[in-house]
Design a protein around this ligand. Structure first.
Ligand code: SF4
Length: 280
């Protein structure tokens, strides 16, 4: 069996930066993180063991405690509240997410109704919406457009992990109903590179393995893209989930990983496949 790794797979710049900074910060003492630092349970567990504690709310933290804002960012109101409470903020909002936040804020200031193309419940989208003014809406797919009464002037930004196809379908539909449309393409290159590499690889192999957190939007999207190529695709978090029957009759196996998947998790999967150590 030939095992092929996608050209672009695994940790992106923003996640790498967040993880490295968190491990550095914890060397000086306990650190809290508002929500899991990344959408990968195995890496979050490693951080926890090092002293980075995930909290869902920071109201019980004390003056001077350190609080990490993860790469998804937070709405400005949360940042203000944390500062007022005297917390030491370690802001690891990815610069690309920061850019989407700033564009959303500027569009709102210019009088546009801001549309954020993305998943309504995703923390990154909620952070961007916090900057986007009171008339802002989140649109997940083309059908959602029919449910909203829009203003004449619409400004659009994207969740950084959106696919180009979904983004462009929505932009096109809004173009038809708006009088003025301003669009910022805030999709992150790391995302598109991984999506493109997964698509190319899926065409060449018999089975695809997508490695990463089930709660990771960008990893799940990679799995969707591979399935859209018509290939049997398995989304796993760790090597131990691999089942030998997935590869019956397969000659080539493609492997990719989301932007929040650590190298050690990906390498573990590759090693087991290469050693053909996939029986349980
Ligand atoms: S995928 Fe892009 S936007 Fe998201 S954390 Fe990574 S580099 Fe930043």
């Amino acid at each position: 069996m030939e095992i092929i790794l996608a050209d672009k797979a695994g940790f992106c710049f923003g996640v790498k930066r967040a993880i490295n900074t968190a491990f550095e910060a914890v060397m000086a003492g306990k650190v809290y993180c508002l929500g899991p630092l990344i959408h990968n349970p195995q890496e979050v567990d490693r951080l926890r063991k090092a002293g980075v504690e995930t909290v869902d709310d920071f109201s019980t933290l004390k003056d001077g405690d350190s609080l990490i804002i993860r790469s998804h960012g937070v709405p400005p109101s949360i940042l203000e509240q944390a500062k007022k409470q005297g917390l030491k903020i370690i802001d690891l909002t990815c610069p690309f997410v920061g850019k989407a936040q700033r564009h959303a804020e500027a569009l709102s200031d210019e009088g546009y109704q801001v549309v954020v193309v993305g998943e309504k419940k995703h923390p990154e989208v909620q952070s961007i919406i916090g900057y986007a003014g009171k008339n802002a809406v989140v649109i997940e797919n083309e059908q959602d457009v029919d449910d909203v009464k829009f203003q004449h002037r619409i400004g659009i930004v994207a969740q950084t992990t959106q696919s180009y196809s979904n983004f462009s379908e929505i932009v096109l539909k809004l173009l038809r109903i708006s009088k003025e449309l301003k669009v910022y393409n805030t999709i992150c290159n790391s995302t598109t590179e991984r999506q493109h590499a997964a698509k190319v690889l899926a065409k060449q192999v018999d089975v695809m393995l997508v490695v990463g957190g089930r709660n990771s939007a960008n990893t799940s999207r990679l799995a969707t893209i591979c399935r859209q190529e018509g290939k049997p695709t398995h989304h796993i978090e760790v090597a131990g989930e691999i089942l030998p029957e997935w590869f019956q009759g397969a000659r080539r196996i493609g492997v990719t990983a989301g932007a929040s998947t650590p190298d050690w998790v990906l390498n573990d999967v590759l090693e087991r496949l290469r050693k053909n150590d996939i029986s349980r």
